[in-house]
Write a protein that binds this ligand. Sequence first.
Ligand SMILES: Cc1cc2nc3c(=O)[nH]c(=O)nc-3n(C[C@H](O)[C@H](O)[C@H](O)COP(=O)(O)O)c2cc1C
Length: 377
Amino acid sequence: MTVQQTIDPGLPAGARATNVGTAPVAPSDVAVLFEPYRINAALQLKNRIMLAPCTRCRALPGLVPTPGAVEYYGDRAGAGLLVSEAIMINATTQGYRDTPGIWSPEQVEGWTKVTARVHERGGLILAQLWHLGRLSHPHYSGAPPVGPSVVPTEGLIRSTRSTPLYHVNPRELSSTEIEELVAEYAQCAFNAIRADFDGVEIHAGNGYLPEQFLRQLTNRRTDAWGGSAAKRARFPLAVAEAVADRIGAERVAIRLSPAAYFGLMSHTPGDEDAYIHLLEELSKRGIAYVHTGIIDDATTYDYLGGTSTEFLRRYWKGTLVSNGGYGPMEAAQAIRRGTFDLIAFGRLFIANADLVERLRSGAGLRPYAREILDTLS
Ligand SMILES: Cc1cc2nc3c(=O)[nH]c(=O)nc-3n(C[C@H](O)[C@H](O)[C@H](O)COP(=O)(O)O)c2cc1C
């Protein structure tokens, strides 16, 4: 049995702790990061810096966000746009301890306090909508994991502050259940708007449910939801369309991991065709942005013809957000070269709530360390 043990939720095995980009940089060298950026009429950013979605494992009973979440996001409102930690769309998809949801009135109420604080401080915030598919665990809700197909999972669930748990094999979703899940994403997007989020980011990266549909390893279906590239792309596309119908395309974004780098995933030749189809279809629909999900975007892949971000840029025609191991200097250079439009920082922003202010003043940055997660509330 392969054992996958990782240090953080959201980080694959062997991910290096980052001190990339912590040395002071002259504000003039990264000035492009401070430029306002207009994604569309609904999302006008005061700068090109985003907070990457980072799971905090801190929800209250009922999976309601904590008062600490109000502080955490409020303290990072200097970013042009914040993306929340991944937020579950239903109770049966849980795979980590204390992750929040957005299906109940109490959860919506909790998120309203978070968005109010961010808005008070002049920020914008999207809710990242999450279904773990085969990576959920019955330890939390009693429900077995679900996926496009019954493909065995193996290894440890990665987790902080929790007993290690072994993955449980998923059961196959029926086509009716797939339609119901699409509707749940749309309902939770509507809930996010009720909680005054500025929009949603569909989490279709890091090996979670939408990616499980895109890839041949995990999608063995022969019905309308599997087989050809177009059919494998159908689930994430259906989710994006249903959510856009409910809240408006300009408030919908999506995160994709074309590199199969995480979440018990591996690449099968031809997987990229489903991504190309999806990106071409999304380009016609005017959603807000596509966001790279990768831990180290310096890595190139033959099957992508370059880095994850370069691949996405080739097929997606709108605003592109990159992420993954960047320091401010590398991000500024890449934006100036036109490789992408906006940069999301994860670990640097966890370690430096005042990241934007520090960059503006030329101060050095505190390096990320896993222990910082233990200080969150
Ligand atoms: C503690 C932690 C939690 C994370 N949780 C999420 C998550 O909820 N959703 C997601 O899409 N990515 C998640 N990630 C991945 C980050 O968004 C980002 O892709 C990764 O940290 C690489 O970017 P960085 O080098 O700027 O940190 C997480 C990363 C960390 C370190």
